[in-house]
Design a protein around this ligand. Sequence first.
Ligand code: ARG
Ligand code: GLU
Length: 714
Amino acid sequence: MLTLASLFLFPQFKTKADDGMWIPLLLKKYTIDDMRKKGFKLTAEDIYSINNASMKDAVMIFGGGCTAELISDRGLIITNHHCGYSSIQAHSSIEHDYLTDGFWAMTDGEELPNPSLSVTFLVRMEDVTAQVLKGIDEKMKESVRAEIIKKNSAEIEKATAENGKYLTEVTPFFYGNQYYLFVQQEFKDVRLVGAPPSAIGKFGGDTDNWMWPRHTGDFSMFRIYVDKNNKPAAYSPENVPYKPKKFFPISLKGVKKDDFTMVLGYPGHTQEYIPSYAIKMITETENPARIAVRQSKIDIIAADMEKDRGVRIQYSSKYAGISNSWKKWIGENRGLARLHSIEKKEAFETDFAKWVSGDKNLLSKYGTLLVEYQDVYKNLSPYALASDYFFEAIWRSEIIQFANRSGGLTNSKDLPKDIEALRKYSEGFFKDYNFETDKKLFRKMIEMYYRGAGKDFQPELMKFVNTLSILEIAENEAFDVFTNHLYQNSIFTDKQRLNSFLDGLTNDNLAQLLADPIYKFYRDFTAFYVSKIRPENDIAETKIDSLNRIYMKAQIEMDTARNLFPDANFTLRVAYGKISDYEPVDGVIYKHYTTLEGILAKDNPEIYDYNVPQRLKELYKAKDYGQYAENGEMHVCFIASNHTTGGNSGSPVINANGELIGVNFDRNWEGTMSDIMYDPSQCRNISLDIRYALFLIEKFAADKRLIDEMLLIK
Ligand code: ARG
Ligand code: GLU
C-alpha cells in the first residue's frame, strides 16, 4: 500500500502495482528504477540492447503461440512440454509412443526434425507512431484512418525487411495510440531433443491444469540448427547447432519467498482497460456459452479416451486444447465475480464521467464515450453469442476444418498439385481421426448450436429439425438422423472414400465436391455466418476499436499518477514481481513451492493423470537428487506474482542476477481473471523449478550430455 508519506518521499516515481507487462525498449525510461528497487541487480541494457548481446537474444517465439529460451551455446532451447506437445505427438505412434514413454536423443544425430515448427527472435523494435499516423486527422472516418495506417505500416515493414532477411511487423499498442515496428528473425530447423513422459510432463493433466498446488514437469527441449555460416536455413542434414549471441546461465540456488523474479516472453492477449459493459457481455453471455459447448465436447472425448488407448493418443492433444480454455473461462468468471469487477469498473466509470464533466474540452472529446459503449455492446451481444456458437460448435469442428481445407480445390490453378497436397494433409488427419468419436461430437454440436445461438440465427439447413418432425421424428432423433446421413455418405469421414474421390477428380467433375453432404453443410453454414452474423459483428467491433482507442487515450490522460502498461499483443514483454504465497480462501495459505513428495502423495496407477513412473519412484526412494536438491528435498514448481498470460508458456523465469530459475507454464485458477483484472493478492504465475528439469534430464533420462553443455551457477 502506498501511503501519502511515501508518495512524498518518491515524488519522481509513478506508482507501481505488481501487475504489468512492460515494453523492453522502454524499461530504461519507465521501469528499471522500480525493478532495481525491488531487487533486480542488472541494467535495462542487460535485458534489451541493440548494440550488445542481451537477454532478448535468448528469448524466442516458439511455434505459433509459446515462448522458449536458449540455455546453451549449441542452440539448445527449453520450453514447456505442452508447447512441444504437438511435435512430440507427431513423432508418436503406438510403436513409438513418445508421449507416453518420453523421448531423449542421446546424440545430435538422434534429434528429430519438425517440418512445421519454427522459432522467431526479436532483432530490434522501434517506436514508429509518428510515421504510421502520418496523414491521419482525428476527424477522419475509421475506414479511411485504417487504410492510411495499413499503407504506412506496409511501407515501413517493406523498407526494414532487408529483402526478406527479416520478418517485420508494425503492431498497434494502447489500441492504436502507439505503433511499434518489430524486426524479427526466423529459424526453421528446430529439432526435438528431449521430452519426459507425459506422466511427468503433463502430470496432473487437465485435472490439475490452471491449479496450484501443482506438480507438472512441464518442459521439453529442442535445438536450433543453422547453416555453416550460423545463419537461419531450411532443414538440411548438413545443418549444425546454432551458436547464439546470448543464452541463459542456470541457477541451482533455488528461490526464497519474496525473491525478485522476472518473466520475459510473449503474452498474447489481455483486456485490462475495457468498460463494464464489455465485462458484462463476456461474463454473462460469452463465457457461459463457450463453457457449455466445450463441456459437452470434453464429456464425449473423455469417455472415448477412457475406453480406447488408440483414441487417447489420437485425441490427447485436441482434448488438452479444448479443455484448457474451458477451464480458464470458468476460473475467469469466478475471479471476476469475486473481485466485483463490474462494480469496480462502474465505479471507475463514475469517476471518469466526473472527470470529464469538469472540463469543457474533455467533455467535447470524451463526453459521449460511455453511452456509445453501452449502445454498441447492447447491439453486439446477440451477434456475439451467435458468433461464439458458430465458432465453438461448428467452425472449430475438425471435419468442418477438413472440408474448408479442401474447398481450395474448387478454384485450383493446379489441380493435380492441390489434390496431392490434400492427400498428404488427409494422412495426418486420418491418423488422428476416430469416426465414432467425431460423429458423436458433430451430433451434439449441431444440437447445441440449434438450442443456443438464438432463433434469429438459424441457417436454412437447420430446418431439417422441423422437416423431420413432420415424419414424427422427435427433435433429439432428428439430430441423429441428420448426422448419420452426413457421416455415412461424406468423403471426409472415410479415408477410402476420400481417396477414391480424389483418384477420379478432374476439372470436369469438381461439382461432385459441392454435392458432398458435409461439404455442403460447411458451405451453407459458413455462408450463413458470413451474411447474417458477421456483418453486424464487424460493425460493432469497428466501433469498439475506435471507442477503445479514445477511451485508452482518455484513461492515460486521466490517470497521471499511474504508469499504464499496454495490453498484451503477443510482443516481447517484461513482467516482474516476487516469489509469493497466497490465501485462496479465508484461513488457508498456499505455500510458494511444491516438492516431489507431493507427486508421490498424488500417485495412483488407476488414474491416468496421476500414474507416477516407476523410475521416478525409485529415484525418490533413494533420494537420488544429485546437486539439484534443497535441504534433501526435490522442489518441483513455484509461484510468483509476475503478470503473465497465454503465450507466456515456456517463458524464462529469471532471478535478480539474470539467471534462469524456472520455466513459466501456467497461472492459478483463482487468478485467471488477470487477463481482464489483476488482483495482487490472488494472481500468481506458476513455474517449473529448473532444478527439477535438470534432475529429470540427468537422473531420470540419463542424458548427461545435455547437462554438460549448460552453464550451471552453483
Ligand atoms: N493452462 C496452461 C496454458 O494455458 C497449460 C495448458 C496445457 N495443459 C493442459 N493440461 N491442457 O496454456
Ligand atoms: N499455459 C499458458 C500458455 O500456454 C500460460 C499460462 C497463462 O495463460 O498464464 O501460454
